[in-house]
Write a protein that binds this ligand. Structure first.
Ligand code: FES
Length: 207
């Protein structure tokens, strides 16, 4: 597997690594596709609402460490509003790319940062706990990477329909039966959605 020099640098000499004492917020997320985890800790300057300090702990692969390192670099010193715009694509770009089968590692790092920010906002009355809806499902599907090309299944137009009613999730997925990644994607959809207590059943249809 070919890693960029930047990935190797951040893997061997990660920035902002370590547990933070008394953080203002934190989040731990796991990647359904591999079981690896990242924790992100935040200290927020309440005067100007910037990320004063940020650190992470990784329980995962080389790109898990590298993407968490770069995402914490990208977020440090930014206002919460600007940090909320940081995506896995920014992490990928800052690392000069990742092999397609490792793109999900950057999704995990970005997701964990966003959850830590969201946890801060909820704990400080800056936002309400979001209601589960069709948009929640779509947001989760956008985190699922089709490993062959390293792009998410929504951008690749593999998701044709999403419905949600009475705990039932209905998804029309445009992936053919001969596609070797189909089972992998289906498994990930289940793992991403089953963590929500609102989801009672998931039905996935194919062409
Ligand atoms: Fe698990 Fe990279 S985060 S393989």
């Amino acid at each position: 597997m070919q890693y960029s020099q930047k990935v190797l640098d951040h893997f061997m000499h990660p920035h902002n690594v370590g547990k933070m004492e008394n953080p203002d917020a934190s989040a731990t997320e796991g990647s359904p596709s591999c079981g690896d985890q990242v924790t992100v800790y935040l200290k927020v300057n309440k005067d100007d609402m910037t990320i004063e300090d940020i650190s992470f702990l990784s329980y995962g692969c080389a790109s898990n460490i590298a993407t968490a390192s770069i995402i914490t670099d990208l977020a440090k010193g930014k206002s919460l509003e600007d940090a909320k715009k940081i995506t896995w694509r920014d992490a990928m770009e800052a690392l000069d790319g990742l092999p397609p089968v490792k793109v999900h590692c950057s999704v995990l790092a970005a997701d964990t940062l966003q959850t830590a920010i969201s946890n801060y906002e909820i704990a400080n009355g800056l936002k309400e706990v979001p209601n589960f809806s069709k948009d929640t499902i779509l947001d989760e599907l956008k985190k699922i990477i089709y490993p062959q090309v390293g792009e998410d299944i929504v951008s690749l137009k593999m998701v044709k329909y999403v419905g949600f009613s009475d705990g039932e999730v209905l998804i029309d997925l445009n992936i053919m039966s001969f596609d070797t990644w189909r089972e992998n994607v289906v498994e990930e959809i289940h793992e991403h959605l089953e963590k929500y207590p609102e989801v009672k059943n998931i039905q996935i249809n194919f062409p």
